[in-house]
Write a protein that binds this ligand. Sequence first.
Ligand code: PHE
Length: 347
Amino acid sequence: MPASTLQSLLPETLAKIEKISDLKTLENLEVEVLGRKGKLTDMLRGIKDLSDDKKKTFGQEANKIKLELESAFAQKRDKLEKKALSEKLKTEIFDITEPGIKPEVGHVHPLSKVQWEVENIFSQMGFAIMDGPEIESEYFNFEGLNIPAHHPARDMQDTFFIDKEHDPKFGKLVLRTHTSPVQVRTMQKYGAPLRIIVPGRVFRYEATDASHDTTFDQVEGLLIDKNISLAHLKGVLEELLTRLFRQKVVVRFRPGYFPFVEPGLEVDFSCLLCEGKGCRVCKHSGWMEFMGAGMVHENVLKSGGIDPKEYQGWAFGFGLTRLVLMRYGIDDIRLLKSSDPRFLEQF
Ligand code: PHE
């Protein structure tokens, strides 16, 4: 085929476009004619050898041809695309009775589920739900709770400190080792009487294994009023556990030591599996360890600005995380924070 001239390029190409019946061939032709290495570009390259006069007319002519070709290609493409679509619609079957694709919906984490249940039960017994900072000052985490700097109970002090300027009056900043600091914060803010629980995260410098984690959840409880005794605590706890585990649960107190309570208690509840008869799960004791508790120490009431002669009360703190493990029979604490869908989908 003789090389195209500028004049012959238009009719030649239009004729070819006319015959094309598929998009791919059309696209190839467009590249061949209008592309960066195409025929028209090629011809325009010769323009520099022409006289000024001819340059102008040649340029104008070439531009006109280019526009015409572009529009011819566009029209044909449009036509072919429409044709392809209508053919597709003719053969495609759209079954309106076919069930849709169900979107995946997540659900509440087992820890939150149990937390909400605990909150619900306590709310119905007249407790307010409180919150406090996870980055706490030494004062609220220790001193305010009758744990002075020299006290051996400060071994928990072997914990995570925050390297940041802080009002020296309150000591250094620390990741709270328990939810108890919120006892003092709430007393200072609201005074007596008081009936609160504080669910929240706590942090300990601890080697991780199936039953220990550096980060876990506790629920603190505090009741301050007149004529309060540990009998009230027992009643509240048995109500909580019986409702939570949907079976009759009995609570027992043993003496225990925490600097912020006097007297202090260790609290157990009857084994859920054998109901106190003794089995493998409770190591044949019939009891499960539950938490620490006791009558609020008068120094703590004073830290909170409450007169110990007028008011007294009890406090407790239990591991919500452990309760979740027991409630669902989960055998490794690390699963709870794993975000592993194979684990989470079971709840
Ligand atoms: N704060 C204690 C702990 O983390 C638990 C506790 C709370 C004990 C309140 C007594 C009273 O172990």
